[in-house]
Write a protein that binds this ligand. Structure first.
Ligand SMILES: NC(=O)c1ccc[n+]([C@@H]2O[C@H](COP(=O)([O-])OP(=O)(O)OC[C@H]3O[C@@H](n4cnc5c(N)ncnc54)[C@H](O)[C@@H]3O)[C@@H](O)[C@H]2O)c1
Length: 265
């Protein structure tokens, strides 16, 4: 095995991925298994989780667990951890990828919707990470990666519940990082807009909004799930052993705009 292959080998690692029946999570599952990991595919969508896990097992030959988990339910999260330990005996890494948010204009939300989004996008990941910590602390180069969002670092009045929750998530990750080194690393992938099929439309994006988003990115298109999975792979790998507490922006250059006025402005 070459040095590069060793750095990106996940042989002998057990990685839990949440929201893993969806676009980014399932793609990450395929990628980590192809690099040698045993992956745990957890999702509220039981049928989807089991289907993805079976596909990965068939494709990679690696034992895989597909399990129904509601990330907002602590009993479900406890079961996810105990079933993982029962099947694989350890947890080497965790990808807190679960998240979703509907288009809610800023003054049309309420306490219930704000709290619901916070439970899904932030608190669920806190609870699962806390439950995994005793196992992660025993593993070499243990790593936790979270799916953050560009809207968590820039104003997003159209998605007020989701963007507020993602902003909280990202600072929570930094707090976890500073207190948990050197044994466990914590990082966020800060995601731009990625094509995830019907899920984006269900969240209330119109075709016009998607076109405007594509135009906004320096790369002039939305991302693909695997482009996010590659970032997760880097942060989880031995190549990233000195990286903790960062937000890795994978957003097609969408974060920054020139402040200089264009000629036509
Ligand atoms: N796709 C994008 O443009 C984009 C942009 C920024 C951030 N993100 C973030 O990336 C992550 C993955 O996004 P995606 O595009 O793959 O989304 P997706 O909608 O394709 O997948 C999300 C998955 O989460 C599952 N889920 C929903 N509620 C759940 C719950 N209570 N418990 C467990 N699972 C639940 C869904 O069943 C689904 O399979 C999310 O955290 C999302 O917020 C995505």
């Amino acid at each position: 095995m070459s040095t590069i292959e060793k750095l990106f080998s996940f042989e002998g690692k057990v990685i839990i991925i949440t929201g893993a029946a969806g676009a980014i999570g399932s793609t990450a599952g395929h990628l980590f298994a192809s690099l040698g990991a045993n992956v745990v595919i957890s999702d509220l969508n039981e049928e989807g989780a089991i289907k993805v896990a079976k596909e990965i097992e068939k494709e990679s030959g690696k034992a895989t667990l597909g399990i129904k988990t509601d990330a907002t339910n602590e009993e479900d999260l406890e079961k996810l951890v105990s079933e993982t330990i029962k099947k694989f005996g350890k947890i080497s890494g965790l990808i807190n990828n679960v998240g979703w948010g509907a288009n809610t204009p800023i003054w049309e939300s309420n306490s219930e919707k704000m709290v619901k989004s916070y439970l899904l996008n932030t608190v669920g990941s806190y609870n699962l990470t806390k439950m995994c910590m005793p196992y992660l602390e025993k593993e070499p180069n243990a790593s936790v990666v979270f799916s953050g969002s560009l809207v968590g670092v820039s104003p997003s009045p159209e998605f007020i519940e989701y963007s507020t929750a993602k902003a909280g998530l990202m600072n929570m990750v930094r707090s976890m990082a500073v207190i948990s080194g050197p044994r466990v690393r914590f990082n966020t992938v800060l995601i731009g807009s990625v094509d995830n099929g019907d899920s984006t439309l269900a969240a209330g994006y119109t075709p016009e909004m998607l076109k405007a988003l594509s135009d906004m990115f320096v790369m002039k298109r939305r991302g693909t799930p695997v482009e996010i999975a590659y970032g997760m792979m880097f942060l989880m790998s031995d190549a990233a052993q000195w990286i903790t507490g960062i937000d890795l922006r994978i957003d097609g250059g969408g974060s920054y705009k020139s402040k200089m006025p264009k000629k036509e402005d």
